[in-house]
Design a protein around this ligand. Structure first.
Ligand code: CU1
Length: 180
């Protein structure tokens, strides 16, 4: 009887340990991946690396969705049907990247990034949608925002209105590239 109890106990502890270790391995498999020259945007279908500026990607257990811009990923994420599931969202850290060709080694958690919104007159070009600059470091974001009279928002503060407004004001900026 004692032996059976011991066996059962070992089994239970073993299962508990197994359950505990699962989130960790899940987390590891959700690490960001590089953008390749043939990768197409999940929303608009354009070749992502053809465009400058920060990109986005949504990592899920068995798949990855890539986006031509941080704004386009946010717009996708803001649609209720896309918010189910456990996707981990990434954007480029522009504090450690060239605008023309962001470094895939510096993809950061999109939910904790700082976003510079209102870069319509900055001359910084992006792909589809609003040009947002994503940063890991708040000071770096504030510095860019101050130069261009833009504002800094957190992930939770960005909604469809913010994205649409930013894209609309950009249109004006396209006619005359502002120089600073
Ligand atoms: Cu796109």
């Amino acid at each position: 009887m004692k032996t059976l109890f011991k066996t059962l106990l070992t089994l239970v502890i073993g299962l508990a340990l197994l359950a505990c270790s699962e989130p960790e391995s899940e987390q590891q498999s959700l690490a960001p991946v590089a953008f390749h020259d043939t990768d197409e945007c999940h929303v608009c279908g354009m070749i992502i690396t053809d465009f400058p500026g920060p990109k986005g990607q949504a990592m899920e257990k068995a798949s990855v969705k890539k986006f031509c811009s941080a704004a386009e990923m946010l717009g996708w994420w803001l649609q209720p049907e896309n918010r189910i599931g456990t996707a981990k969202l990434y954007v480029h850290d522009m504090g450690r990247s060239e605008w023309a060709k962001p470094d895939d080694g510096n993809l950061i958690d999109a939910t904790s990034a700082f976003y510079v919104v209102g870069l319509g007159d900055s001359g910084l070009k992006g792909a589809m949608g609003a040009v947002l600059a994503s940063f890991a470091d708040e000071q770096a974001a504030r510095k860019l925002a101050a130069i261009h009279g833009a504002r800094v928002l957190r992930f939770d503060e960005i909604d469809q209105d913010v994205l649409q407004q930013a894209a609309a004001t950009q249109h004006v900026g396209m006619h005359g590239r502002a120089t600073h």
